[in-house]
Design a protein around this ligand. Structure first.
Ligand SMILES: O=C(O)CCC(=O)C(=O)O
Ligand SMILES: [Fe+2]
Length: 349
């Protein structure tokens, strides 16, 4: 991809990146080895995760159990794939109906992102509602589209997907325990999960002061498990002072952040954190987020263990598939209206 820099990439002045951003004190580092150690004692780990989710909404996980070789295979495949000609990549181009595959004109909140992506679902095919309208019940199946080249990309991606999905379930169980719920309280929502993985490529950008790789946003799913390379560019909005901080790349780690659904399940004990991707004029950057998404028919409401007369549910229940679909359409085209956000489901007090 070599997009010509045009005005569609220009961020509003208040969203533009800060060239002097700090990497200090960004997000906590959490060692997940207690998950793999016997005798099992998860209590200190659960407290660390609870603090990270409450204070930051993000952490970096080390000793996570995903074999490095699986990630390296996908990273190599991604590099080879994005180096192909636009013509060849376009053979697996996504469209509004078939929204898995290659794409280079995505918008975040109506501004174009400086990136190209390749999306695939973990459980192929994935079933989603055809419309974001809450009254509509029709569904459709969306299949992965795999390129001919590089050879082996499909296997590399699917082997990786299974391993990182396993990690995401372990994290979900730890998070459920921080909500005083049984470990497996949330797992049932994921039997027909529509989780997906995105391969991101951010080419060097001629105007990194005006554009972003991904504009400021919150992830809409349950949680995200992100692998980034050593270039850096992910910025997180710090909760206590609203400052953007750059997440320092840590070798062999994953960046975990909670999404909008955990915010609702937790009845606002946790808040999903705004983040964005800055780009630079010299280096290209690659990243691979895994988005943990429930089955489309899941009804989202605060977990009952947290709701009481003193702490009533703060959200009206809503259907995940419709919420997913509405965001999908607004990322695909500039709608000229505000995207659907989780606070739209908040109960009026
Ligand atoms: O590339 C990154 O570091 C993060 C990407 C991201 O936030 C997203 O795709 O939702
Ligand atoms: Fe994100």
């Amino acid at each position: 991809m070599n997009p010509e820099f045009d005005t569609s990439f220009i961020q509003n002045p208040d969203s533009r990146p800060n060239p002097n951003i700090s990497e200090a004190e960004s997000i906590p580092l959490i060692d997940l080895s207690p998950l793999f150690t016997t005798p099992v004692n998860l209590t200190p780990l659960i407290s660390e995760i609870e603090a990270a989710c409450s204070n930051v909404g993000f952490f970096q996980a080390i000793n996570h159990g995903v074999p490095a070789e699986l990630l390296q295979r996908v990273q190599s495949a991604a590099k080879e794939f994005f180096a192909l000609s636009t013509e060849e990549k376009s053979r697996v181009r996504r469209n509004e109906e078939r929204f898995l595959g290659y794409y280079d004109t995505e918008n975040t909140k109506n501004v174009r992102d400086w990136k190209e992506v390749f999306d695939f679902c973990v459980n192929d095919p994935m079933t989603v509602p055809t419309s974001s309208e809450s009254g509509e019940t029709a569904v459709q199946q969306i299949r992965n589209q795999w390129p001919e080249n590089p050879e082996g990309m499909r296997d590399a991606c699917m082997d990786y997907a299974k391993a990182v999905e396993g990690l995401s379930f372990r994290l979900l169980e730890l998070i459920a325990m921080t909500l005083n719920a049984p470990a497996k309280r949330l797992n049932g929502y994921f039997e027909d999960s529509i989780s997906r993985i995105r391969l991101n490529h951010y080419p060097p950008c001629p105007s990194p002061d005006l554009a972003l790789g991904v504009g400021p946003h919150k992830d809409q799913g349950a949680l995200t498990v992100l692998a980034q390379d050593d270039v850096g560019g992910l910025d997180v909005k710090r909760k206590y002072d609203g400052q953007w901080v750059r997440v320092k790349p840590v070798p062999n780690s994953y960046i975990i952040n909670i999404g909008d659904l955990i915010q609702v399940w937790s009845n606002d004990k946790y808040e999903s954190t705004e983040h964005r991707v800055s780009v630079n004029s010299e280096k290209e950057r690659f990243s691979i987020p895994f988005f943990l998404y429930p089955a489309h028919y899941t009804v989202i409401r605060p977990v009952e263990e947290l709701v009481s007369e003193d702490n009533p549910a703060k959200y009206n229940e809503f259907n995940w598939g419709h919420f997913f679909r509405s965001r999908m359409s607004s990322n695909f085209q500039k709608l000229g209206v505000e995207n659907q956000q989780i606070y739209h489901f908040r109960k009026k007090t």
